[in-house]
Design a protein around this ligand. Structure first.
Ligand SMILES: Cc1cc2nc3c(=O)[nH]c(=O)nc-3n(C[C@H](O)[C@H](O)[C@H](O)COP(=O)(O)O)c2cc1C
Length: 217
C-alpha cells in the first residue's frame, strides 16, 4: 500500500481539462490499486501563501530558535512537505498559463522546496551546492494548453516553460529524470478536430500510464 499525492492547479473547476485528466488517472489507478491512500492538495482553488521576507527568515532560523510566530509562518510549508514526504507517487494536473505553470503551482513548489527539509546546501561545493534530500518518487504531470506545438521540434518549443520548469523543480522533491511522466492536451482554444484528437489521444495515454505505473509500483 502506498500514498498518492494529487495536486490540481487549474483556477477553474467547470470544464477544466487538466482536472479531468487527473480524475481519469486516479480512476484507473484505483482500479489497479484500490488499497492505496489518496492525499489531495487543490492549489487551484486554495492557493498556497506567497513567500515573504518573514517566511525566508523563518526557514533560515534553526528549529530550536524559531519563535511561535515563525513556526506559524512555516505551517503551510510544514504540512505540504509532510504530505510530499509520505507520497510515493505525485500526480500534478496543470493548465498552461502565460506559457508556464500557474502561479498557485509555483507557490506550492516554493513552499515545499525548502532548505534542510527537502534540499541541503553545501557552500564548499562551488558548482552544484544544492542536493535533494528526498528520492525515489514518481511524478505524473498532466497538462492542458490552449495552443499547440510545445514539444521538441514544435513551432512553440521556445515558449515551453511549463513542463521544463516542473521537470527542474521535480529534481528537488526527489523525482529522478526517468520517473517523470508527462501527458498533454493541446489545441483547447481552437476547439476543433485537432483538439478532439488531442483529448482522446491523451486519455488513452493516461489509461496506459496508470496501468503501467500501478503494476511496477
Ligand atoms: C489566464 C490564462 C492564460 C493562458 N495562457 C496560455 C498560454 O500561454 N498558452 C496556451 O497554450 N494556452 C494558454 N491558456 C489556455 C489554457 O492553457 C487552456 O484553456 C487550458 O485548457 C486550461 O486548463 P484547464 O482546462 O485545466 O483549466 C491560458 C488560459 C488562461 C485562462
Amino acid at each position: 500500500m502506498i500514498n498518492v499525492l494529487a495536486i490540481d492547479s487549474s483556477a477553474r473547476n467547470e470544464g477544466s481539462l487538466s482536472r479531468e485528466m487527473s480524475k481519469l488517472f486516479l480512476k484507473h489507478w484505483q482500479v489497479h490499486r484500490p488499497r492505496d491512500t489518496l492525499i489531495r492538495r487543490d492549489v487551484g482553488t486554495s492557493p498556497p501563501p506567497m513567500l515573504t521576507e518573514a517566511w525566508i527568515a523563518a526557514c533560515f532560523t534553526p528549529d530550536e530558535q524559531q519563535t511561535e510566530q515563525q513556526k506559524e509562518v512555516l505551517r503551510y510549508s510544514d504540512e505540504a512537505i509532510d504530505e510530499l514526504k509520505r507520497a510515493e507517487v505525485i500526480v500534478v494536473s496543470a493548465p498552461r498559463y502565460n506559457y508556464g505553470m500557474p502561479a498557485a503551482l509555483k507557490a506550492w513548489f516554493d513552499q515545499v522546496i525548502r532548505i534542510r527539509r527537502t534540499f541541503s546546501f553545501d557552500r564548499t561545493e562551488t558548482t552544484w551546492p544544492l542536493s535533494p534530500l528526498l528520492s525515489g518518487k514518481k511524478l505524473v504531470l498532466l497538462t492542458a494548453s490552449g495552443e499547440f506545438g510545445f514539444g521538441v521540434g514544435g513551432i512553440r518549443e521556445d515558449r515551453e516553460h511549463l513542463e521544463s520548469h516542473v521537470r527542474t523543480c521535480a529534481h528537488y522533491i526527489g523525482v529522478a529524470r526517468t520517473d517523470l511522466h508527462c501527458v498533454a492536451i493541446e489545441f483547447q482554444e481552437f476547439g476543433d478536430q485537432r483538439h478532439r484528437h488531442s483529448i482522446s489521444d491523451a486519455h488513452a495515454k493516461i489509461e496506459r500510464l496508470a496501468r503501467h505505473l500501478a503494476v511496477v509500483q
